[in-house]
Design a binder for this molecule. Structure first.
Ligand code: MRU
Length: 344
């Protein structure tokens, strides 16, 4: 299984997701500004993956600092954390990871800059390792919801590429495969950025999972024809009432699934739950450049000067969700109560 992001020889190595599937290129960041750019330009994307990138970006920024004393380094780290937190607004894993790193920064036991630098590097690597463990656990737990012969529909990319490895929504599919089950996956292309067509198909095919690509507007028809058994999606932020913010189009799928009596599962690590948010409507939705809608692969597909909206995510109300799979177990309604039990 490919490693989306790793700390290697004091640099961050990532696969360039903006080039997939046509080019499988890795790139290295040797300063935090490169990490900010990689998140903004979606060379790295997916909630858990950008959290790990932010943590490693902070470690890298600290490592490169020439501050002669701890106060100087702390001042630089404040700027670095601020820049990284502005990279994308919706996925809470980004802010969660920055907060984890800030906890190390705020220990106020530092007398030597080198000690703080070392501990930040260790913490970033730990966050990445924990992400892999969480994905494996979600895979094991989520696989119990899948049976041999299931046809699963997924949206966007919530696989290996959206995490350090294995993924969230795709992890149960990978695990089911290991258990010898045959699962077929319908993949929404996921306009406008085509994460489904470009990334999910690429990674599922690499793992020999049978796939069928569909455009986003085909899901309802396939459901009405009895072709979809279950829907599995990831999440960018989950409110404490169980509302889920995920890639634009997720809400429409949930409504369709409800209408057709098809289980709708969200798979996400606990780091995707925002314990400060009561409902999905409080979650900021990233609005991206209209050019992503007016153009496909650099080719203009509509009239000049057309008015466009381009929200990158939407809110799926908790009532439409059958269950949320986390690394700590499957949460069934009432989600609010179950989520509150997870508060640490
Ligand atoms: O804009 P993206 O590609 O970063 O959006 C990603 C998604 O919406 C994923 O479904 C989500 O991050 C869950 S991934 C484990």
């Amino acid at each position: 299984m490919i490693k989306t992001i790793e700390w290697k020889n004091g640099k961050i190595r990532m696969i360039d997701q903006s080039k997939l599937p046509l080019k499988e290129e890795f790139f290295e960041c040797s300063d935090y500004e490169c990490v900010v750019d990689a998140i903004k330009s979606m060379k790295i994307r997916g909630a858990p993956a950008i959290g790990v990138a932010a943590a490693m970006g902070i470690a890298l920024g600290a490592k490169n600092s020439s501050a002669s004393n701890v106060d100087g380094l702390l001042g630089e780290l404040e700027v670095i954390c601020k820049e990284l937190s502005k990279a994308r607004p919706t996925a809470v894993n980004l802010f969660w990871a920055i907060e984890r790193m800030k906890k190390i920064i705020c220990l106020s036991k530092w007398s030597r800059t080198d000690d703080l630098k070392r501990d930040l590097e260790d913490e970033a690597i730990k966050i990445a390792e924990e992400d892999v463990e969480a994905s494996k656990k979600m895979g094991r737990i989520g696989a119990s919801l899948l049976k041999n012969g299931d046809n699963v529909l997924t949206h966007c990319n919530a696989g290996s590429l959206a995490t350090v490895a294995y993924g969230t929504a795709l992890a149960p599919i990978y695990h089911s495969l290991k258990e010898g089950k045959k699962i077929h996956v319908y993949v929404d292309e996921t306009r406008p950025k085509l994460q489904g067509a470009r990334l999910t198909i690429w990674e599922l095919n690499k793992e020999n999972v049978p796939t069928t690509l569909i455009t986003d507007n085909m899901a309802g028809y396939l459901m009405s024809q009895g072709k979809i058994d279950k829907v599995f999606v990831g999440a960018d932020r989950i409110a404490t009432n169980g509302d889920v913010v995920n890639k634009i189009g997720t809400y429409s799928l949930a409504v369709l699934a409800k209408e057709h009596n098809i289980p709708f599962y969200v798979v996400a690590p606990i780091s995707t739950i925002d314990f400060n948010v009561l409902s999905g409507n409080e979650i900021p939705i990233e609005e991206r450049d209209g050019g992503e809608v007016t153009h496909i692969g650099g080719v203009q597909i509509t009239s000049n000067g057309v008015s466009v909206v381009n929200p990158a995510f939407d809110v799926t109300p908790n009532l439409l969700i059958t269950a949320i799979v986390t690394e700590k177990g499957i949460l069934y309604p009432s989600l609010k109560e179950k989520i509150n039990n997870l508060r640490s």
